[in-house]
Design a protein around this ligand. Sequence first.
Ligand SMILES: NC(=O)c1ccc[n+]([C@@H]2O[C@H](COP(=O)([O-])OP(=O)(O)OC[C@H]3O[C@@H](n4cnc5c(N)ncnc54)[C@H](O)[C@@H]3O)[C@@H](O)[C@H]2O)c1
Length: 239
Amino acid sequence: MGQLDGKVAIVTGAAQGIGRAIAEGLAREGADVVVADLNPPEDGIRADVSSEEDVARMVEETLKRHGRVDILVNNAGLYASLEMRAFTEIPLEEWNTVMEVNVASMFLTCRAVVPVMRDQGGGKIVNISSGTPFRGVPFLLHYVTSKGAIVALTRSLAKELGKDGIHVNCVAPGFTMSEGVKAHPEVVEKLRDASVAARTIQRDQVPEDVVGAVVFLCTPAADFVTGQTMVIDGGQFFH
Ligand SMILES: NC(=O)c1ccc[n+]([C@@H]2O[C@H](COP(=O)([O-])OP(=O)(O)OC[C@H]3O[C@@H](n4cnc5c(N)ncnc54)[C@H](O)[C@@H]3O)[C@@H](O)[C@H]2O)c1
């Protein structure tokens, strides 16, 4: 028997990388998982999480298929495709795109899902941030700022939704060898060895390393945990 039998989960950006590993982990615990992505697999849902219309359709389609939503994992985000450069060189348009895809998306998905969870008497939301806002990382100011905003969004939303039995938590991975990262050899070259060297557990971080924390936050074992951020980075940063 799985810990999430009978639960329905939406995982955004779950066609590959960390999102796919999370979707598989939730499914192993018995959840019915909806994979939402810009480029979804055959049985997934195509949705751009920065589009209000797409997000509304994603939730409607989930309800049509499964009748409920118990878990939302906000994982979709822009990272490895972003060029690392001095903040003075970041075009405003790129700054705005990062904020839309990484932060406004979570506002939109939570706004669409929370009424459903309220009607059901509760739910679990997990937002994927990053270790970068805790460490302060140069040359990716839009990204790091967006991931810091996710921690703030998590805490405030947790306070707002506690009375509804809706738990909101955050997981912040370190540099992870996802498909998105591996598709950018220049990023791997720049960050891989330095990240491993900075860790207590000195090996590559892989998408599966993040799964245990996310699954835990979605189970009844975490029913008294909300507003928290778990940094999963092999001991690179300590709170
Ligand atoms: N890889 C890392 O080092 C790392 C570290 C910390 C946090 N993160 C965060 O983890 C999350 C996943 O990262 P990853 O490295 O696995 O990414 P990835 O690039 O391997 O996968 C991202 C997935 O999200 C989808 N996606 C992108 N924009 C979307 C949109 N607008 N709407 C819907 N889907 C969209 C992509 O199609 C892709 O399937 C991101 O939020 C990222 O910021 C990654």
